[in-house]
Ligand binder design. Sequence first.
Ligand code: NAD
Ligand code: TDX
Length: 334
Amino acid sequence: MRMLVTGGAGFIGANFVHRTLATRPDARITVLDALTYAGTRASLAPVADRITFVHGDICDADLVNRLVAETDLVVHFAAESHNDNSLADPWPFVRTNVVGTTTLLQAVRTHDVRYHHISTDEVYGDLELDDPARFTETTPYNPSSPYSSTKASSDLLVRAWARSFGIRATISNCSNNYGPYQHVEKFIPRQITNVLTGVRPRLYGTGANVRDWIHVDDHNDAVWTIVERGELGQTYLIGADGEANNRTVVETILELCGKDPNDFDFVTDRPGHDLRYAIDSTRLRTELGWTPTYSDFRAGLTATIDWYRTNENWWRPQKDATEAVYAGTERVTG
Ligand code: NAD
Ligand code: TDX
């Protein structure tokens, strides 16, 4: 099968390419990636001779049209993905997430190509800490941040193109991913690389916010399940029952690194900070038969810490610039 993977030099996209080549050696993969600050060819170096890499922008309609015409499947990961950045400057989010997705949708419509859209649980807003409810496919959209509202917009565009133009599309909304090749701006890699460089981890607010963690390989296996067995026009939620509050995650990272679990700082909270995400993935499990394989978050974290420990050459070039951005707004509060 010929496939076009947008954003394949980013965290989840690169892991998707690695996983696909490992499990489907005949896949013919073209990666389209603009190599923003969040993407690097180093994440694809181990498979560089097995893929075609195109350095380009998903908003470039001529390029996108040419690449889509030559493929059987598009898996669309490319996005501006970091909430904190979207608060500082929303425009790249509107451009890539909304205009870029529309550009892809027009191309798959023109060439009648199967399309899978990667999205986030953040489109549903947030939940109270003690709410027994979790997000399902019928939860109303209620995004909080510029990032999540542009992702919600992109989902709605996919639904409209499926209904109005009959494009062959599926959508998945996944919870927070962790694993190798994640940019050091994100919570888990930031704290791991802080500890590895002798800096205290940083918790926003009180550290009570809850995220529903899933290993990136489980996410990508679910994506393949939906691509192969999902019903066209439908949305599937992906989650692995991995709820944990941020303070617990930081304490666990410190402990697994052999440090005092109290050796962290509280810093200024994120404006509009979503309190809790939680996914009910019953539909994906019962209708399509997917189950996660990384059921032990602690073991997954241990493997991820080991990866960052042995791949400093991958993350070191990004670390100082990332921390300089945080230093512009972050103040230690306790
Ligand atoms: P990332 O920021 O690590 O990677 C994004 C990639 O897209 C980068 O390689 C970047 O260069 C590329 N890109 C950005 N703008 C582009 C453009 N205009 N044209 C072409 N390429 C462009 O993001 P990620 O964490 O890997 O997320 C991938 C997708 O998964 C996103 O759609 C995101 O919304 C979604 N998602 C992420 C998570 C998570 O926990 N990280 C959870 C659920 C869903
Ligand atoms: O230094 C930090 N300290 C901290 O307490 C950072 C960077 C984050 N946090 C908190 C904020 C969140 O409650 O940790 C939690 C996770 O933060 P992020 O890694 O920024 O992720 P989040 O905002 O939850 O969004 C992520 O999951 C959904 C991805 O970045 C999105 O792309 C995805 O859609």
